[in-house]
Design a protein around this ligand. Structure first.
Ligand code: UDP
Length: 476
């Protein structure tokens, strides 16, 4: 499809990092901004080359689909950089890769034919804030996660000074304004070891957020009102109020409807409404055989119907989960015994389509924020099984803050191990008729309505997006 010549008189430059969980929500938010501007704005996406071939081909796939849609969105591939080889964790790796891109981003922005109206930066690209000042362009951070995680990011620089030893051994609870007191065991994984550079990078980004012209958050005011107010009032930042917040979510990108229903969806068609618990663990979650055995036993004993997306450990030297070898991972006879009630799917599954299906009544999730928003969009209550990144904090916020999930005990000291009996209990609480599950279901239903209303004309996120558009156009 050919693209109409641009009528825009200003372009919004997006600098996302390459993971789909970062790229897609930012692009979707950018497209909403574009739509709300009439044809006054276009989008220019600066694409950093992802570090692995698999990620590079995924990103190219997304770009091709977007280009075919014929919107006023241009993709500008930045020259490749030599990625650091001595990094110790993903946040440091990403942050240092971004740092290396600085001259390429400067050259790309200076060379654009259309004047730059604003720069939208991924939360790990704060290194570019200086560049935005150099070029006299307003810069907004696009925070892909929720307000709870943002409040932690903003609180972290001070916490780093206040706490002497490891965060995990901190006495008492962590005070994140707007949330009930949080146990230190719910802090994000990457900052748990303070001797690692990852923690220092988080502190650095947290400080830099204060220098942005605004922070766009992929959340909904109705979902996290108290936290958003606490951030805006400066209760996370020692009385200094944070840059203007723009909660514009939920920003979810949906694929065009599939020509033929996926096998998982076809299986769901044969199940009663609200009867199936989905287990799915994001792009990075996988299980070894001992853990998979516990899950299998827990599910079988719960007696509930299930759809379990099970991935196996990465191949030697690899970083991504592999397709599960079910014969190696599952207890003998499990599939035969549960065939009537359950489906184990050994590769990536269409999670959004599954959550949209009426047969799904609960979701055991790794608590990636995109997965949580997708679950709420369809009103599905959750049981949190956090694994990595900021997911332990999300799990706490889901249960103690938003009330849309039943609690599940995860042993963080044993690599987030969950015993069969605990999974059985949590699945029964989530799917059975008890009080805990009923409350979570009711709250998830309320949040479904709030999320949908927020993005409609006149809704809170829609109004916020217009406020952002006006701020950008004012500058232009
Ligand atoms: N996803 C999917 N199928 C899978 C696993 C994940 O479609 O088998 C999608 C999921 O719907 C979500 C994204 O991948 O949109 C995962 O993002 P999230 O922020 O939840 O977690 P992350 O992968 O970043 O840890």
């Amino acid at each position: 499809m050919t693209m109409n010549p641009s009528m825009a008189t200003g372009t919004v430059v997006l600098l996302p990092v390459w993971g789909a969980g970062h790229l897609m929500p930012m692009l979707e938010a950018g497209k909403r901004l574009l739509a709300s501007s009439g044809r006054a704005l276009s989008l220019t996406v600066l694409v950093m080359r992802p570090p692995t071939e698999q990620q590079a081909s995924e990103v190219e796939g997304h770009i091709r689909r977007e280009e075919a849609a014929g919107l006023d969105v241009r993709f500008h591939r930045l020259p490749a950089v030599e990625p650091p080889t001595d990094h110790v964790g993903p946040v440091e790796f990403i942050s240092r890769c971004v740092q290396l891109h600085l001259p390429h981003v400067r050259a790309a922005m200076s060379g654009l034919a259309c004047p730059v109206a604003a720069l939208l930066l991924d939360l790990f690209c704060t290194e570019m804030l200086d560049l935005s000042r150099e070029l006299a362009v307003p810069a907004y951070v696009f925070f892909t996660c929720n307000a709870a995680a943002l409040s932690f990011f903003l609180r972290l620089p001070a916490l780093h000074e206040e706490v002497a030893g490891e965060f995990e051994e901190m006495e008492g609870a962590v005070d994140l304004p707007g949330l009930p007191p949080m146990p230190p065991s719910s802090l994000p994984t990457p900052i748990m070891d303070r001797t690692k550079p990852c923690c220092a990078w988080y502190v650095y980004h947290g400080r830099c957020f204060m220098d942005a012209d605004g922070i766009i958050v992929n959340t909904v005011a109705e979902l996290e009102q108290r936290i958003l107010s606490a951030i805006a009032d400066g209760r996370c930042t020692r009385g200094i109020s944070a840059p203007t917040l723009y909660p514009v979510g939920p920003v979810i990108s949906f694929d065009p409807p599939a020509k033929h229903p996926h096998d998982c969806v076809r299986w769901l068609e044969t199940q009663p409404p609200g009867s199936v618990v989905l287990l799915c663990f994001g792009s990075g979650g996988y299980f070894t055989a001992p853990q998979a055995h516990e899950v299998a036993r827990g599910l079988e004993r719960s007696g509930h119907r299930f759809l379990w997306v099970l991935r196996g450990p990465p191949a030697l030297g690899g970083r991504h989960p592999t397709d599960a070898n079910l014969a190696e991972l599952l207890p003998e006879g499990f599939l035969e015994r549960t065939g009537e009630k359950g489906l184990v799917w050994p590769t990536r599954a269409p999670q959004k389509e599954i959550l949209a299906h009426a047969a799904v009544g609960g979701f055991v999730t790794h608590c990636g924020w995109n997965s949580i928003l997708e679950s709420l969009w369809f009103g599905v209550p959750m049981a949190p099984w956090p694994l990595y990144a900021e997911q332990h904090l999300n799990a706490f916020a889901l249960v103690a803050g938003m009330g849309v999930a039943v609690a599940m005990e995860v042993d963080r000291k044993r690599d987030n191990f969950v015993e069969a009996a605990e999974l059985e209990r949590a699945v029964k609480a989530l799917m059975g008729g008890g009080e805990e599950g009923r409350k979570a279901r009711e709250k998830a239903g309320e949040m479904k309505a709030a999320c949908r209303k927020a993005v409609e004309d006149g809704g809170s996120s829609c109004a916020t997006l217009k406020r952002l558009r006006d701020a950008v156009l004012r500058h232009k």
